[in-house]
Design a protein around this ligand. Structure first.
Ligand SMILES: *Cc1c(COP(=O)(O)O)cnc(C)c1O
Ligand code: SF4
Length: 353
């Protein structure tokens, strides 16, 4: 190994060290931020049901003395997570209903989602897949990978494969490489896509080696989950730059979250910040009807109203589509502000929130 290679390798390991140093219990957390006795008891209670994990990097973005910090609210549990609402569902997106083989969802004819892992570097308190993310730690087995590939191979209507999860970039380089290249070798698959949050929570993951793996899988799109301007760190920008230089387009998806980004000023900063970082805002999602996240949910109309206010005062590049997931896994519906009408059949439940 040359010394340059050694140096690169060392850097490559850094993300795993960082991940291993993540906070996963209230005892570790109380050493880092101020918590009252009640908070500690509550967090302990919740983490028995929904795991906690925060990378040191994501923690460093947090204003530790401010309970309203948008980063803190996304990563530190609150008791409201145990307050399940009537309209909330175990599987609001119908991931399981449309799953012909384990770890694959085929809901739209031309696209499939695959879930190579259900692990994330930091668990979002608003996670829409919380029924499984952070609960099932098992990575995809060789057998499961084989079944997924056979399914895709046998369905030539599939032209796009989306790696999601969990965070697919938590896979080890060799596994990710094998998976991407095997999918790439299926003739009718034209486009690959990766949904990730690591640019925000673990930007060290975007290594030289990773870039070269992703380059081989082109045409490939990356969609980053990012919800607040404070998540666009210098490290985020650097990671994006590296990927963009590899000729891989980068988009973002955000979730509209009460008290975090549900005002014009926050969204303007977020979306223009993303555009400046060369990331195109793709979707703004209405907070899904997953269990225990009603404290993050806004009324449906809020999203379209906010985008209406943004339109005209920022570049059109900054404006994503506002998407509402129809209950029962019938798909995403774009909600437009100038022809806004909720079909109660499609989006029931939400007007009661
Ligand atoms: C969101 C989603 C997709 C991707 O949808 P796009 O509109 O193409 O981004 C694909 N499959 C399922 C099941 C989804 O939920
Ligand atoms: S990154 Fe996505 S899958 Fe992971 S915890 Fe957050 S919302 Fe859930």
């Amino acid at each position: 190994m040359t010394s340059r290679e050694k140096k690169l390798n060392k850097k490559a390991d850094k993300w795993q060290t960082e991940l291993a140093q993540s906070i996963t219990s209230v005892h570790e957390l109380e050493k880092k931020i101020c918590l009252s006795e009640t908070e500690k008891t509550n967090i302990e209670l919740i983490t028995k049901i929904f795991k906690i994990r925060i990378t040191p990097f994501y923690l460093s973005l947090m204003d530790k003395n401010n309970p309203d910090c948008p980063i803190r609210k996304q990563a530190i549990p609150s008791l409201e997570e145990l307050d399940f609402k009537m309209e909330e569902l175990e599987d609001p997106l119908g991931d399981d209903r449309y799953s012909p083989v384990p770890r694959l969802t085929h809901r739209y004819p031309d696209r499939v989602l695959i879930f190579p892992t259900y692990e994330c570097a930091t668990y979002c308190r608003h996670c829409f897949r919380r029924r499984i993310v952070g609960r099932n730690d098992q990575e995809m087995t060789k057998e499961e990978m084989k079944c997924i590939l056979t399914y895709i191979q046998n369905h030539n209507e599939i032209n796009e494969v989306i790696l999601t999860g969990g965070d697919p970039l938590l896979l080890k380089d060799e596994v990710l490489k094998e998976l991407l290249l095997k999918i790439r070798s299926i003739h009718h698959v034209r486009i690959l896509r990766i949904h990730t949050r690591l640019f925000v929570t673990l930007p060290h993951r975007i290594t030289h080696e990773l870039k070269s793996i992703l380059k081989k899988a082109k045409p490939l799109y990356i969609v980053i989950h990012v919800n607040h301007f404070n998540e666009i760190s210098a490290q985020f920008r650097r990671a994006v730059r590296g990927i963009a230089e590899a000729g891989i387009p980068i988009l973002s998806q955000s979730v509209l979250l009460k008290g975090i980004n549900d005002d014009v000023q926050s969204l303007r900063k977020l979306f223009s910040g993303l555009i400046e970082a060369s990331v195109k805002p793709y979707y703004l999602h209405y907070c899904d009807l997953a269990r225990g996240i009603s404290h993050f949910r806004t009324p449906i109309q809020k999203g379209s109203e906010l985008l209406k206010q943004l339109r005209g005062s920022v570049s059109g590049l900054c404006i994503p589509y506002y998407m509402v997931e129809s209950v029962g896994g019938h798909g995403k519906v774009p909600v437009l502000y100038n022809c806004f009408k909720v079909n109660p059949q499609l989006c029931w439940g939400t007007h009661r929130v």
